[in-house]
Write a protein that binds this ligand. Structure first.
Ligand SMILES: NC(=O)C1=CN([C@@H]2O[C@H](COP(=O)(O)OP(=O)(O)OC[C@H]3O[C@@H](n4cnc5c(N)ncnc54)[C@H](O)[C@@H]3O)[C@@H](O)[C@H]2O)[C@@H](O)CC1
Ligand SMILES: [K+]
Length: 208
């Protein structure tokens, strides 16, 4: 039977992989981003003209920044919409941000960039969401959901509770969700199942 995990189980598995096996966090992030890139290039080959990666400030956002870089290298036109608080950026996020600057990938905080998007990558929150979505995050999620462009969610549709599938105030309705290592309980029930769209489980990480 397929293995399903909660947020805390997945965090423990990540910690085990990083601290006990010794695979660096940035290597896991790269593997995750490669899986998202592959799904985007395979399933949405005609949507590369104006990809908008919406990135939060945690490691889900870090995954998004790595996807932005990999798609840029693959020839897509990519803009990063920074949704998070830069003062709270995780270490891995800061590393990915520096690499994106090297590649001169356009970055903005202006929501209107979503209007012309041909594909949206949702990397605001993953399994780290721990409270209801409020304020400008609600506006950003609404703008994503109002777009006609397909939406590929990184690990979880942002705003979906990883353990229950409940909408935490507001959540992204994804066309496709690429989740990492194991399926999450919240992607199999409640709103989570619907908001995930087509589910891809990237479980070839060779870790855990
Ligand atoms: N090394 C790792 O831990 C790996 C993590 N991965 C990615 O990292 C994600 C988890 O990253 P994080 O633990 O940094 O968490 P997230 O990036 O999911 O969330 C970021 C931060 O947002 C804050 N937050 C939570 N709810 C909020 C709300 N409602 N409003 C505003 N801020 C809120 C929290 O402080 C949280 O730390 C996974 O879903 C996956 O995408 C992957 O890169 C694989 C490896
Ligand atoms: K996400």
């Amino acid at each position: 039977m397929e293995k399903l995990v909660t947020a805390s189980q997945m965090k423990q598995l990540d910690a085990h992989t990083i601290n006990e096996i010794g695979i660096p966090s940035l290597v896991l992030m790269e593997r995750a981003a490669l899986a998202v890139r592959d799904e985007i290039l395979t399933a949405f080959p005609l949507n590369q003209a104006n990809v908008v990666v919406v990135a939060g400030s945690g490691n889900n956002g870090g995954d998004g920044l790595a996807v932005a870089r990999l798609l840029t290298i693959a020839g897509s036109h990519v803009t990063i919409l920074n949704a998070g608080n830069p003062h709270h950026a995780s270490e891995e996020h800061q590393t990915q941000e520096k690499i994106c600057q090297y590649y001169q990938i356009a970055e903005t905080t202006d929501l209107s960039v979503l209007k012309d998007a041909t594909l949206i990558v949702d990397a605001i929150f993953g399994i780290g969401i721990d409270r209801d979505v409020k304020g400008h995050y609600v506006e950003i999620i609404k703008a994503i959901n109002d777009s006609k462009a397909p939406v590929v969610a990184v690990d979880m549709p942002s705003g979906i509770n990883t353990d229950t599938g409940d909408v935490m105030g507001s959540a992204v309705r994804a066309t496709t969700t690429v989740t990492f290592a194991y399926n999450k309980v919240g992607l199999t029930k409640g709103a989570g199942e619907q908001y995930a769209g087509r589910l891809v489980i990237a479980n070839d990480m060779g870790t855990y």
